[in-house]
Design a protein around this ligand. Structure first.
Ligand code: NAD
Length: 291
């Protein structure tokens, strides 16, 4: 069994990006620039955005963090996005989700210029993904594809079961795995909250991608011997014995499932780090397109 270590894979990708940025700077050009908008002060969102900004700095990207109160009017947020759309020195824009209830996430996503949409959530970019055109692949599925590539996981002809159908993880993941691309060409079953017999379906999977947000949902008795298991879940579970008062749990019961797999991602230290690698690669791509 191999542990699909996101730290190792993302570090390698970041080293390559760092080299690319150095070459850009050497040519007297400005570095790629990512602008992130954080609304409110949700603990998990703060952590994610801080990590994205830190990673930008590490590889030599410029980054700007715009913080808005959680009471900010939707129109003000949309105006801020428009300003970034019009700013030629900004290559990539991300708005950290989730947003407060009074703001329409869909409106926000659709306001970002598709050419700066490095999260890959804009309908134009999702449409391109579906048609197999070049686009910004949503960062988490992109990160998973990069991980499969890094660890040379064979996907062609395999049966992949994706649990979860969200627009940001499950659905794009199912599209990528079924596409005629490297690390694609799977037969894909996409499962969701209305899927009966989920255990039986999972037992037929060569590859399971768990993205439902239910801690330790996937148990050993749902996994075929020799399967590859990708755990996307990140849930903060209260734990008074932990320093921060919570522990991060994935969607897979790692200890019992790992023994049945040929490869598995840990949580933390797996897909989360690859998501950032995907985002950084998208930002470099946006910069190349922009320049
Ligand atoms: P979501 O809540 O938008 O979607 C969850 C999906 O799971 C839904 O499609 C729902 O139908 C399905 N689902 C819920 N209960 C189910 C059940 N019992 N059986 C089968 N399907 C069920 O969540 P999301 O935004 O896709 O995120 C999923 C998880 O991944 C969360 O834990 C989230 O924190 C995590 N996440 C991690 C990263 C990362 O970088 N590692 C990125 C994004 C999301």
């Amino acid at each position: 069994m191999i542990v699909l270590d996101g730290k190792i894979a993302s570090q390698s990708i970041k080293e390559n990006l760092k080299t690319d940025v150095s070459a850009i700077i050497k040519h007297g050009k400005r570095p790629p620039h990512l602008a992130a908008i954080l609304v409110g002060n949700n603990g998990a969102s703060e952590t994610y955005v801080a990590s994205k900004v830190k990673n930008c700095e590490e590889i030599g990207f410029q980054s700007t963090l715009i913080r808005l109160e959680d009471t900010v009017e939707e129109s003000k947020l949309l105006e801020t996005i428009q300003q970034l759309n019009n700013n030629k020195a900004v290559d990539g824009i991300l708005v950290q989700l989730p947003l407060p209830k009074h703001i329409s996430e869909q409106k926000v996503i659709e306001t970002i210029n598709p050419q700066k949409d490095v999260d890959g959530f804009h309908p134009v970019n999702i449409g391109k993904l579906v048609q197999g055109l070049e686009t910004f692949i949503p960062a988490t599925p992109y990160g998973i594809m990069l991980m499969l590539e890094y660890f040379n996981i064979e996907t062609k002809g395999k049966h992949a079961v994706v649990i979860g159908r969200s627009n940001i993880v499950g659905r794009p993941m199912s599209i990528l795995l079924s596409s005629n691309i490297k690390r694609g060409n799977c037969t894909v079953t996409i499962c969701h909250s209305h899927t009966p017999n989920l255990s039986e379906i999972c037992l037929q999977a060569d590859i399971i991608v768990a993205a439902l947000g239910k801690p330790e949902f996937v148990k050993a008795n749902m996994v075929k011997q020799g399967a590859v298991v990708i755990d996307v879940g990140i849930t903060r579970v209260a734990d008074t014995t932990a320093k921060k008062g919570f522990r991060i749990k994935g969607d897979v019961a790692y200890n019992e499932v790992a023994t049945k797999t040929t490869a598995i991602t840990p949580v933390p230290g797996g897909v989360g780090l690859m998501t950032i690698a995907g985002l950084l690669k998208n930002t470099l791509q946006a910069y190349m397109n922009n320049e």
